[in-house]
Design a protein around this ligand. Structure first.
Ligand SMILES: *[C@@H]1O[C@H](CO)[C@@H](O)[C@H](O)[C@H]1NC(C)=O
Ligand SMILES: *[C@@H]1O[C@H](CO)[C@@H](O)[C@H](O)[C@H]1NC(C)=O
Ligand SMILES: *[C@@H]1O[C@H](CO)[C@@H](O)[C@H](O)[C@H]1NC(C)=O
Ligand SMILES: [Ca+2]
Length: 480
């Protein structure tokens, strides 16, 4: 069919050229025909091209989307990390804020301290004045008495009168001695106070720069360390005169039985010893003489033998009564040692021992027998131990000086778990060796934190002749 059609078409075409189609139309028709076909082909090419382009575009779009998705994931991840570090940062920021608060508090305490010290200085100088007056008054009294004595000795005098007068004279002389001692002590203390005042000012300046509270507190106690104030020696009150010398209670328990109910600092005189000042804890239906207390770390307990023998610190806060005085309290016998401890979670516990303490000739060897309490008992293992300080090693450890390793004076064994005279830490120390220097009762089971509060006191064993210590106060009053 096609083969047949072609000649006909050709023939028509041939015929058309001269006759049918006309000469004028040819120049129009002839160029038009090839343009029409060419544009149709071009459109097809364009479509193909367009399609190709679209395809490529689609491809790159997909790639782009994939790449973008990857980037978005990346960004999300980074955002997560940022979130996390932002959280950590905010935690840190709040910690820093807390420390700052702590610092502010410390500054306030320091300022109060400074004020207190200023007040004390004034008090001390007025006390010195009154003591000097008292001294001259006594001198006059002695002179008068001596005159009287000489005039009396000329006359007749009974042996009783003589004894009385010489007794009186002794009392006055001893009082004069104690006044002189006191004056020296007061002068020393006043010097120390001035010294401390300067140091507090320096510390205050430093505080504004320092950021770590514990560091500051440690530095503070280090500064106070070498000069822990000596405890106030005994002073007879000028108003009561000589009678108070002979009439002093033998200890806080005696004072309680005489009716005194307020805890505080009193003069006591255990039988056969020198009088001294002591803090009486009257809060438990009996009087207990406090021999050690830790409340705020204001006193450094890393002291030498002499300090531990004579006592140091501040009766209102942290102090050690002194081995000599503790020994005096123990000589009566039948003593109970009461130990009260508190940790930083406000758990308060106690333990009691039958207690005796030898004198200086045996380096204050301690004797303990466990009685009662809700604390574990590591101290029975220290019975029979001598007292040790960093400058006098009487412990059982062959190679070590326990007091030097763990700081503070104590009845160290070898070295043992217990040391209530260790360092006072406000925060848990980071290093193990530092922690071991803290105030310890029985570490080992738990990671130990230095204790928050300790108090060691002595009182006599309750006997049938004296009011029972465990009876309620109303009953005690009936007994009195
Ligand atoms: C007491 O301590 C000193 C010094 O540590 C020592 O030389 C002396 O032997 C001790 N006394 C007794 C009885 O052990
Ligand atoms: C005490 O300290 C010394 C020196 O740092 C050390 O050699 C010794 O092992 C320590 N002793 C105890 C019981 O920790
Ligand atoms: C007693 O102390 C010593 C030395 O510190 C120690 O080796 C011993 O295990 C302790 N004993 C008891 C029963 O705690
Ligand atoms: Ca040793």
């Amino acid at each position: 069919m096609r083969i047949a059609l072609i000649p006909i078409l050709l023939a028509v075409a041939a015929a058309c050229v001269p006759a049918l189609c006309g000469k004028e139309e040819q120049p129009v028709l002839q160029p038009a025909a090839p343009v029409e076909t060419r544009s149709r082909f071009a459109a097809l090419d364009d479509v193909r091209l367009l399609a190709n382009g679209l395809l490529q575009l689609g491809q790159s779009l997909r790639e782009f989307v994939q790449k973008t998705r990857g980037q978005i994931n990346d960004i999300l991840q980074k955002l997560n990390i940022f979130d996390h570090s932002f959280y950590q940062l905010s935690v840190l920021a709040s910690e820093i804020k807390e420390e700052e608060e702590e610092l502010k508090k410390t500054t306030v305490v320091l300022k109060a301290n400074n004020e207190e010290i200023k007040g004390l200085s004034v008090k001390i100088s007025s006390k010195v004045d009154s003591i000097l007056q008292e001294k001259s008054r006594l001198r006059n009294k002695v002179d008068g008495l001596e005159e009287k004595l000489s005039s009396m000795s000329q006359g007749l005098m009974t042996s009783e009168q003589g004894a009385e007068i010489s007794g009186l004279r002794e009392v006055i002389l001893s009082q004069e001695r104690s006044i002189t001692e006191l004056l020296t002590a007061v002068r020393e203390q006043s010097d120390q106070l001035n010294h401390q005042k300067v140091k507090i000012t320096i510390l205050e300046e430093k505080l504004t720069f320092d950021t770590l509270t514990q560091e500051t507190i440690e530095r503070m106690s280090d500064i106070f360390s070498n000069e822990a104030p000596t405890l106030t020696p005994y002073l007879t009150s000028s108003s009561t005169g000589t009678t108070s010398m002979t009439n002093l209670p033998s200890d806080c328990s005696d004072l309680f039985n005489r009716g005194e109910r307020a805890s505080g600092v009193y003069g006591i005189r255990p039988t056969g010893t020198e009088p001294f000042m002591a803090f009486c804890d009257m809060s438990k239906d009996h009087g207990a003489t406090v021999i050690q207390r830790r409340t705020d770390g204001s006193v450094n307990f890393d002291q030498i033998w002499e300090k531990y023998e004579n006592g140091f610190g501040d009766f209102q806060r942290d102090f050690w009564l002194g081995l000599r005085n503790i020994h005096s309290l123990a000589t009566r016998g039948n003593s109970v040692l009461h130990i009260q401890l508190e940790d930083w979670k406000h758990n308060r516990r106690f333990i009691e021992y039958r207690f005796n303490l030898n004198g200086p000739e045996s380096n204050y060897t301690i004797h303990l027998t466990h009685l009662s309490g809700d604390l574990p008992d590591p101290m029975s293992n220290h019975t029979g131990m001598m007292f040790s300080t960093k400058d006098r090693d009487n412990d059982n450890h062959q190679e070590s000086n326990c007091a030097r390793n763990y700081t503070g004076g104590w009845w160290f064994n070898a070295c043992g778990d217990t040391n209530l005279n260790g360092r006072y830490f406000h925060m848990r120390p980071k290093g193990r060796s530092d922690r071991r220097r803290g105030i310890q009762w029985k570490p080992g089971q738990k990671a130990s934190h230095s204790l928050k509060f300790t108090q060691i006191s002595v009182h006599p064993v309750a006997s049938p002749n004296t009011p029972s210590f465990t009876s309620p106060s109303s009953e005690t009053r009936v007994f009195l």
